[in-house]
Design a protein around this ligand. Sequence first.
Ligand code: NAP
Ligand code: ZN
Length: 337
Amino acid sequence: MKKIHAQAALDCGKPLELYTYERRSLSPHDAYIEITHCGICHSDVHLIDDDWQTSEYPLIPGHEIVGIVKEVGSQVDNIQVGDRVGIGWQCGSCFRCEWCLQGEENLCFQQQATCMSQPGGFADGIVTDARFAFVLPSSLDSQKTAPLFCGGATVFSPLRRFIHTPTQKVGIIGIGGLGHMALQFANAFGCEVTAFSTSREKEKEAKNLGANSFIYSVDSKSMENAHAYFDLLLATAPLNLDWELYLKLLKPKGVLCIVGAFTQDLKIPLFSLLIGRKSVSSSNIASRPEIKEMLELAARHKIGAITELFSLKDVNQAVQKVKENKVRYRAVLSMQR
Ligand code: NAP
Ligand code: ZN
């Protein structure tokens, strides 16, 4: 049986180290994919540090995978040997519940994650359910597209759901991995887009990525000037923010959608919603139909991540850089052979 060479955390918060395991044999719906690239999502950092109190070690993170299909199980009919495919956060669902039947597998109660309780993509290969693998449009670059499979999908889905007209004013909070892809998608939807960032030096790049304006969110005067302006705010920072302040920036009927995955409670006074009938929402990854749509849109509008490439053996350096908010804008691991 073929061995897979990975980088794993052997315990909570520990640096990753070389870890070899025997790959599982293929079930009828499985495919074996030789990985070429894997993005580092902040969720991988949450997993390494057990921020969600769900991690099991040894832990092989990685769920923004692009690679080449090398073998397929007997029932696989959506991908073929030789295809270049991407895999995101989700790798399984029941395919029977009302959500799966409606094409919203990301709402299935039996959904499985690519790198929880099973080995993920910080590795030279992966065996995974091919029903959650997607062929990349030929014009898309592997390195720039790997981060679309989790980060891109996670912002595409709520933007697709909450944007109804190009006249809407959309704010993206946190211009990191997810945020810099959200700017590109919101721009492609034709909206007026504002980037909210704690990093002043990101202004120029945010505007190049599709932001019409940039708000340095640490500056209270700039925040005040934006009162009652936005239809939609999409928050991607990995921690709890001053939501009461952001709710003031929404117009009546506006929506604050939080996709950052922290475990602390939200502090939201009811009256900041009641006056103006505002809503707070959240969103998890994207469904398979949405991922397909996202790839088509990305190909048409040339949307992709701005990446910093690291070799798999330098994974700890890359993870540290993500933690320090120094990556511009998504670290991607390359599996040299
Ligand atoms: P990332 O690349 O590290 O970017 C996060 C950005 O948040 C940073 O670049 C920074 O932007 C901002 N930020 C960081 N520290 C901050 C602070 N102290 N105060 C305010 N803003 C701060 O992370 P990511 O990969 O985009 O992931 C973001 C979050 O989304 C994580 O919690 C991740 O787990 C979650 N996530 C959720 C889903 C889902 O399904 N809901 C899917 C994927 C990821 P500025 O420098 O511009 O301020
Ligand atoms: Zn992710």
